[in-house]
Design a protein around this ligand. Structure first.
Ligand SMILES: NC(=O)c1ccc[n+]([C@@H]2O[C@H](COP(=O)([O-])OP(=O)(O)OC[C@H]3O[C@@H](n4cnc5c(N)ncnc54)[C@H](O)[C@@H]3O)[C@@H](O)[C@H]2O)c1
Length: 319
């Protein structure tokens, strides 16, 4: 029997594409997409208003749609969270606790909640940060992700809730634009390359960070959620990795396909956040436990992004 799914934060960068994938698998009726902000004409189709900081509304939505599987994506991301730490705490912590409590109260079976490479701080190994590296983040976003991982583990023990989680790296997508993260440059740069042949990057050219193309992130999410329960050993957050690159390496990959594209560098406050994160991630636990394997590397991701965005730019004005 198909699960009855609810997605929070469905109008965001991940939600827009994940809802389409889930609706293809389980049918439009089987997937209730929700978000606090419902922007007409954007997102993955029908979206129901739901503010995750309102506990009563969350529980009501779960009951109303007889939900048994939740993808809880609503959050405030790293760069936005540093500008507004109170909002980040409120949405990320209160929102997660409301979703966990409502899940336990209404009999939700399985919950997906994304963690992030933001859980790591400057004391984690820079290269191939292991699954069990120290988690001492220096951003409010990272604090909420570490506390969130602990909370998810607690609810999976105390309420037998099947919580599954991935520490996503920076995600690159050709559909929805990113919403206030430190790795957003890796999406912006493609729009600028195609539109104006020039880009000013807010990170230094040698800032290596772990990254992933959205099709891989969607596949990892569905694969983890469909994995046999016995193979999912971690309920806090699996390290997940595909590629690592610097702005200079991404620029030169784009320049191979768009000669004349020029990039300048003007690091801002996001540089400090990037400097506190690892350059690459060891995801051997995900590979071992449920068979994770990425498909896209830097050249294949850049080629696909340029092809998809390029053809959309030709048909639409506002991309
Ligand atoms: N995109 C990435 O690179 C990345 C990397 C690591 C982890 N993640 C995690 O994945 C999840 C989704 O990220 P995203 O990139 O889609 O983010 P996004 O910012 O694009 O989307 C988040 C969505 O949450 C919604 N939202 C905000 N406050 C809300 C509230 N109170 N109630 C309901 N909805 C609310 C926003 O309207 C937005 O549509 C987050 O938990 C994020 O931390 C993302």
């Amino acid at each position: 029997m198909s699960p009855s799914v609810l997605v929070t934060g469905a109008a965001g960068q991940i939600g827009t594409e994940l809802v389409r994938v889930l609706r293809k698998k389980y049918g439009t009726e089987g997937v209730t997409a929700t978000d606090k902000v419902v922007r007409p004409g954007s997102g993955p189709g029908t979206i129901v208003p739901l503010d995750v900081t309102d506990r009563a509304s969350v529980e009501r939505a779960f009951r109303e749609h007889a939900i048994d599987t939740v993808y809880h994506l609503a959050a405030v991301l790293s760069a936005l969270g540093e500008e507004n730490p109170d909002l980040a705490w409120d949405v990320n912590m209160k929102g997660l606790k409301n979703v966990l409590d409502s899940s336990a109260a209404t009999g939700v079976r399985r919950l997906f909640w994304p963690s992030s490479i933001g859980v790591f701080g400057p004391d984690a190994p820079k290269m191939l940060a292991p699954q069990d590296a120290p988690l001492n983040p220096t951003t409010m976003y990272g604090v909420t992700k570490v506390a969130g991982e602990l909370l998810c583990r607690y609810y999976s023990l105390k309420h037998d809730l099947d919580v599954r989680s991935l520490r996503y790296p920076g995600l690159i997508s050709s559909e929805a634009k990113p919403g206030g993260g430190t790795t957003d440059y890796a999406v912006e740069i493609f729009y600028s390359a195609l539109k104006s042949r020039a880009y000013t990057c807010f990170l230094r050219q040698d800032t290596a960070l772990p990254m992933m193309y959205m099709p891989d992130a969607l596949r990892a999410t569905v694969q983890l959620m469909e994995a046999d329960r016995s193979s999912v050993k971690l309920h806090g957050g699996y390290n997940l990795s595909a590629m690592s690159f610097t702005p200079a390496e991404l620029s030169s990959e784009i320049q191979k396909r768009i000669p004349g594209f020029s990039v300048a560098y003007a690091p801002d406050q996001r540089q400090k956040i990037a400097d506190s994160w690892p350059m690459s991630i060891d995801d051997s636990a995900a590979r071992r436990d449920w068979g994770w394997k990425p498909e896209y590397d830097l050249p294949s991701m850049a080629a696909d992004m340029l092809a998809r965005l390029g053809s959309r730019l030709q048909t639409q004005k506002d991309v």
